[in-house]
Design a protein around this ligand. Structure first.
Ligand code: SPV
Ligand code: MG
Length: 291
């Protein structure tokens, strides 16, 4: 099954499904091996991994280059966190064309302004996109895709920007009418009350995707009971790698030796396995002249 079709099934499945964050080829492989059915190509994590801020400092073609490694390394579908679509409708539809070429299964765009700011920074101050302009962007993206299963998810940022349920419903319904495949409702509260209020009114008009980064203490069963379609664990591979790298760098720096690090880190054999070094050795036997 095509990656687009797999993501479509995942989003439309009756069960709660999960996307796990990855930000490069290696983390993508680990997500797939672990058993996840799909990958969230997080803008926060990719930008942090590149050493820049989550403010579109990395250009969209630089993001595409990272995605190409992620997609080549895996067979599960990738949903790109496409920020605002990197410009207006024209930039967003060109993005769709390029994502299809790279076998990326879908993209999520948020109703903010380019250059975006991460939703957990200065939440109240963030201006939202004009609804009609954002709907035009969605239509342009849906009209551009050549694979009918390519997924466009609209992320509603009105709770984040300090607006209430009414504005969130108004926006979600407008994006629904514009032809989007699912809505992502974001919240920076530490409880799930905003999402819950939305779900009561929404009544399953389209699949709903959530990012529980701030309401992490909410039991997953509540998402199921509410009828959430997809939960995204949005930045946990990035954050675990930061913690692990800081710990081991500090230890080696202080001790000026690596002996104590050895038992705490992946073996070289594990690195080679993840890179599929064995396959190249077999290919060399087959294709290089012997003797
Ligand atoms: C990301 O992972 O980059 C997201 C989700 O957009 S969040 O950071 O929670 O806004
Ligand atoms: Mg993001």
């Amino acid at each position: 099954m095509r990656k687009t079709s797999r993501l479509k099934h995942l989003i439309n499945s009756r069960n709660l499904e999960f996307l796990m964050e990855a930000h490069n080829g290696l983390s993508s492989k680990i997500v797939e091996e672990t058993g996840f059915k799909g990958i969230w190509a997080s803008g926060l994590s990719i930008s942090a991994g590149l050493g820049v801020r989550d403010n579109n400092e990395a250009s969209w073609t630089q993001i595409l280059d990272v995605l190409e490694f992620m997609s080549d390394a895996t067979s599960i579908p990738i949903l790109l966190d496409g920020d605002t679509g990197y410009g207006n409708f024209n930039n967003a539809r060109r993005l769709v064309a390029k994502l299809e070429q790279r076998n990326i299964a879908g993209v999520c765009i948020e109703d903010k302004l380019f250059p975006k700011t991460n939703s957990f920074i200065n939440g109240q101050a963030q201006p939202l996109a004009d609804i009609d302009e954002f709907c035009g962007k969605i239509k342009a993206m849906k009209d551009t895709q050549t694979d009918e299963d390519f997924m466009v998810v609209a992320r509603v940022e009105s709770f984040i920007a300090g607006w209430g349920l009414e504005e969130t419903l108004r926006r979600a319904e407008a994006y629904h009418q514009a032809g989007v495949d699912a809505v992502l409702i974001h919240s920076h509260r530490s409880d799930i009350s905003e999402i819950e209020s939305f779900m009561k009114e929404w009544q399953g008009r389209l699949p709903v995707v959530i990012v529980p980064t701030k309401y992490y203490a909410t039991p997953t069963k509540r998402f199921v009971d509410m009828g959430i379609s997809v939960a995204i664990w949005a930045n946990h591979n990035l954050r675990t790698s930061i913690a692990a790298m800081q710990k081991i760098s500090k230890q080696i720096f202080q001790e000026e030796r690596i002996a104590n690090a050895e038992s705490e880190i992946a073996s070289l054999e594990e690195v080679f396995r993840l890179q599929r070094a064995e396959e190249l050795q077999e290919a060399e036997q087959k294709y290089l002249p012997s003797g």
